[in-house]
Design a protein around this ligand. Structure first.
Ligand code: NAD
Length: 295
């Protein structure tokens, strides 16, 4: 069993830590927020006084932080890389920009460590159930070292290539999801106005060329998919603010690589409007209500 440092014990990190402890690992944990620390202590972690304390003596350090500047602030500027034992494996499961992920990988290597970017898909439910998908960027050797640990928190652990490719996979995947959720919402709204109900369109399109995850598994109209947030007044799930964050990361990456993403840009604008109207904490599939003209 491994000695693991865990920094960032929020909605995702908290339940991920719980699964590491259930698997028998020793976890030293830190978060800036006292309630998050207390939940980790209750789950069986040892609390550290700060991020450096969580990383000291650990073979593996996992970070699950909000954005790239937090990851930099903790690992590089906060002195965690400097304080960690040489050869520590860092696994950053935050969703952050590709450039920061690559810069952190380089900074880790300069201090004799390895770092993987390993963002996740599956949301808080997947974090609690240990069924996350990890998309991992970094060296093959580091990936092989991390794989058994990540498998205690996820059902799929996929090596996406060198440093930054995990984040590239995450933002490209979520750009597909943002665009398809809006497309499905438009089609369901049009169908309704043509006298075709959501259940019938779902039954047909989920077996036709319109088939996609946003329709089949996460239908934004209530009814066809009982487990979807549309049946619980769009309680998240995955919030519209999180989708907006990921679309902004995709647009930033598109700018940096001279890539035209007109539909990604339109999706980002529509989610900005939806969040700006006060719906950021609702599930991202609630955008159908804006398309229907209800919000
Ligand atoms: P969260 O805000 O619930 O948790 C982040 C935690 O980091 C907070 O508890 C905060 O106190 C802590 N933190 C911030 N700065 C810190 C610092 N300097 N030192 C120690 N702790 C610090 O966010 P979350 O929902 O857990 O998301 C974490 C990451 O996972 C994000 O990058 C997000 O985009 C990604 N993600 C979230 C979901 C989801 O459904 N929530 C799904 C996939 C990916």
């Amino acid at each position: 069993m491994a000695n693991i440092g865990f920094i960032g014990l929020g909605n995702m990190g908290g339940p991920m830590l719980g699964n590491l402890i259930k698997a028998g690992h020793r976890v030293s944990a830190f978060d800036l927020a006292a309630p998050a620390r207390e939940a980790a202590r209750t789950a069986g972690a040892t609390l550290a006084e700060n991020a450096i304390g969580a990383a000291k003596g650990a073979e593996i350090v996992i970070t699950v932080l909000p954005a790239g500047h937090h990851v930099r602030a903790v690992l590089i500027e906060g002195g965690v890389f400097d304080a960690a034992t040489k050869g520590t494996l860092f696994i950053d499961c935050s969703t952050i920009d590709v450039d920061t992920a690559r810069a952190c990988n380089k900074a880790a290597a300069e201090r004799g460590h390895e770092l993987l970017d390993a963002p996740v898909s599956g949301g808080t439910a997947g974090a609690a159930a240990g069924t996350l998908t990890f998309m991992v960027g970094g060296s093959t050797a580091a990936f092989e070292r991390a794989e058994p640990i990540l498998k205690t928190m996820g059902k799929a652990v996929i090596h996406a290539g060198p440093a930054g490719n995990g984040q590239a996979a995450k933002i490209c995947n979520n750009m597909i999801l943002g665009i398809t959720m809006i497309g499905v919402s438009e089609a369901l709204t049009l169908a309704k106005r043509l006298g075709l109900d959501a259940a019938t369109l779902h039954a047909i399109s989920s077996k036709s060329s319109g088939s996609c995850w946003a329709l089949n598994e996460y239908c934004p109209a209530p009814g066809p998919v009982p487990k979807a947030p549309s049946n619980r007044d769009y309680q998240p799930g995955f919030t519209a603010l999180m989708m907006l964050k990921d679309l902004k990361l995709a647009l930033g990456a598109a700018q940096g690589t001279d890539t035209a993403v007109p539909l990604g840009a339109a999706a980002e604008s529509l989610y900005a409007l939806y969040c700006g109207a006060g719906h950021g904490t609702r599930d991202f599939s609630g955008i159908i209500q804006m398309i229907e003209g209800k919000t």
